[in-house]
Write a protein that binds this ligand. Structure first.
Ligand SMILES: Cc1ncc(COP(=O)(O)O)c(C=O)c1O
Length: 372
């Protein structure tokens, strides 16, 4: 072992001592941990569209989209996606991490102030970090705190507000109408990450912004909305929904778009099938949210903490890392694929249970019984 490797070994040992060691585990048992909320990754229509896409377009795209990697299917899926979520256009990328990181970086420099919800995803935080922008955390979903920070900031600096709409670990929802109000009041740019909302919330599953858009804002008040293809749509990729001007700017400046091989065209082709299916899955959306409610109510009756979850994502906060690991292990032995989530991903160790279209009422009752 060379000296650098032994340094790394010590770091690993420290992670183990803190009970934060992670290892890969294959899926097994009833899925209560994936983000495949509509179970489209196993849908025969999506799978056959993917195969057909491979036959039409071949495997890889061979270059970045600005070189030889561009295909007509990317533009078609971008238009289809934009029509679904109600934006002028959209930009298709390889994954949500690259979308958030590249977007935040492209919009910011050292003079920009970014107001970020304390629980926003790592890809957003990394985007802020590499852009060199000034980061201002506001307390989770705390609109008054955000307003205070905006009031205190230099009125001449460029401002960006960024929030998830359904938070990936707490399963609660952002106050989208209020964020939009503040954005207008302080002349800021607003970015919403709809990764966990797509397919589950909003008209035809088009996300939280589409759910509240009848309220006091119009969709074009939200400058950018980020969606992923790897969660409810059952594939991979990401879309940034925005105006034509913004898209033109991103194509010219966004480093994760410019300096990366274009996604496989077959993915874009299959995403069209996923979008068509997701739009129609109203019954599944109702069932997912009913089962999540059943689970939350049962957990509360057991005296367990579920925070402000209102979505398909239900945290069971256990605080203690070992307890979270042990509880997940016991549930896995009973046949449920439920995972423990620990620091540094979250502050309080917990189980993160996610309900999907295949989750039955009986599954929920069995999990509650085990936890009892
Ligand atoms: C809120 C949020 N945004 C973005 C991402 C990244 O998306 P992807 O998995 O497509 O890279 C995730 C995924 O884990 C997420 O939870």
């Amino acid at each position: 072992m060379n000296s650098f490797e032994s340094f790394i070994q010590k770091e690993l040992d420290a992670i183990k001592r803190k009970n934060r060691y992670r290892s890969l585990r294959l899926p097994s048992g009833i899925d209560l941990s994936s983000n495949d909320y509509l179970c489209l990754s196993k849908n025969p229509k999506v799978i056959s569209a993917l195969k057909e896409g491979l036959d039409i377009y071949g495997a890889g795209s061979g270059a970045s989209r600005l070189i030889r990697g561009h295909r007509d299917i990317f533009e078609r899926v971008e238009s289809k996606f934009a029509a679904w979520v109600g934006s002028e256009t959209s930009l298709f990328l390889s994954n949500g991490f690259a979308a958030n990181l590249g977007l935040v970086d492209a919009l910011s420099d050292q003079r920009t102030i970014i107001f970020t919800d304390r629980l926003n995803h790592a890809s957003i935080l990394d985007g802020i970090r590499i852009s060199g922008a000034v980061k201002k955390y506001y307390n989770h979903r705390d609109i008054n705190h955000l307003r205070e920070l905006l009031q205190k900031s230099d009125s001449k600096s460029r401002k960006i507000i960024v929030s998830e709409t359904v938070f990936s670990m707490d399963g609660d929802l952002a106050f989208v109408a209020e964020l939009t109000q503040l954005k207008k009041e302080f002349d800021a740019c607003l970015i919403l990450d709809e990764a966990h909302a797509l397919g589950v919330f909003g008209e035809k599953g088009a996300g939280v912004a589409r759910m509240t858009s009848s309220a006091n804002f119009i969709l074009s008040d939200i400058d950018f909305r980020v969606y992923t293809g790897g969660k409810s749509l059952g594939l991979e990729g990401a879309f940034i929904a925005c105006s034509d001007t913004y898209k033109e700017y991103l194509i010219n400046t966004m480093r994760t778009f410019i300096f990366s091989t274009a996604p496989m065209p077959a993915i874009a082709f299959a995403l069209q099938a996923s979008i068509d299916l997701a739009k129609q899955m109203e019954q599944e959306r109702i069932q997912i949210l009913e089962n999540a409610n059943l689970l939350r109510n049962g957990l509360r009756e057991l005296g367990l903490e579920t925070l402000h979850s209102k979505s398909q994502i239900v945290p069971v906060v256990l605080y203690d890392e070992e307890k979270a690991l042990e509880t997940a292990r016991l549930l896995q032995e009973k046949g449920f694929d439920i995972r423990a989530i620990r620091p540094p991903t979250v502050k309080e160790s917990r189980l993160r249970i996610s309900i999907n279209a295949n989750t039955s009422r009986e599954d929920v009752l069995k999990v509650l019984d085990c936890l009892k």
